[in-house]
Design a protein around this ligand. Sequence first.
Ligand code: TXA
Ligand code: MG
Length: 316
Amino acid sequence: MSSQNTEILGTSDQDLRRAADLLKAGQLVSFPTETVYGLGADARNGEAVAAVYETKGRPSFNPLIAHVHSTQAAQELVQWNSVADRLAKAFWPGPLTLVLPLREGHGISGLVTAGLSTLAVRVPAQPTALRLLEHVGGPVAAPSANPSGRISPTSAAHVLAGLSGKITAVVDDGPCSVGVESTILGLAGPAPVLLRPGGLAAEEIETVLGRSLVQRDAADPLTAPGQLLSHYAPQASVRLNASKAREGELLLGFGPMNCDLSLSETGDLAQAAANLFDHLHRLDAKGCPIAVAPIPEHGLGVAINDRLRRAAAPRS
Ligand code: TXA
Ligand code: MG
């Protein structure tokens, strides 16, 4: 991979047109979404998508999410159904990704789907992301903009810390408001399956659908390709459900308690999600083992605990 000067772009129309032109020319451009910063590539350009895998050092069996600017644009790529319609009306634009069967003539590179017959699509809620996608006018494949296995980026500075010199540009629009990746729902089978807990609480989806979600089968790699256990990992070791720091540890707190850094002093799960990756980046920079306070396992806490368990898993 050649070393290059990574351009830092702002949110002016001129800068977003520049970012869109770079994407259309097959370059890699990182852009903000409400969840995390994505590493974007034209989803119809196989070489550009290959560069995403190469740049992240990502195993190529792990398929990517196609980002589009509207429900109508999604409908051109996948076989739409009534469940997708209800969810899109309720939650798009937003932190929800839907996995649906590909539609004929989709044009999506086989590297995006890693050869599957389904595609993960989402319409992000971040206004700059929507403007960029509109300028591009086609689907943009984007995993989180971090080297594979490392903490996800929630600011342009995080992106540059991992990928500076390896990507053409980053669009800087400040920190991400949600802070954990989108919730992924499989809609290609007989019942909706929660493939990844994320920035939209499963309870909210269940309320709209009037039914409970099927949990993914952890033993079946195809229902959750790429859900590697050790993931989102800081350099330092991570210990969960800690009420106090042990000698040498830094404590990441939640709720009222003594700690080095708090995800949310008031015990607010949305605030904790927004702070999660940033606080892990900050504690990790100090080079000490990290202890993390217990987080309640409901609402956004499910996604937070999922990411924390991966950060704490033994490294392969
Ligand atoms: O919030 C997000 O979703 C962020 C922002 C950038 O949009 N993106 C993101 O992408 O988290 P990534 O590549 O880190 O995670 C995508 C996940 C992977 O776990 C992958 O296995 C799953 O989506 N996925 C993609 N296509 C799939 C498919 N056809 N079937 C099942 N899972 C799929
Ligand atoms: Mg990721």
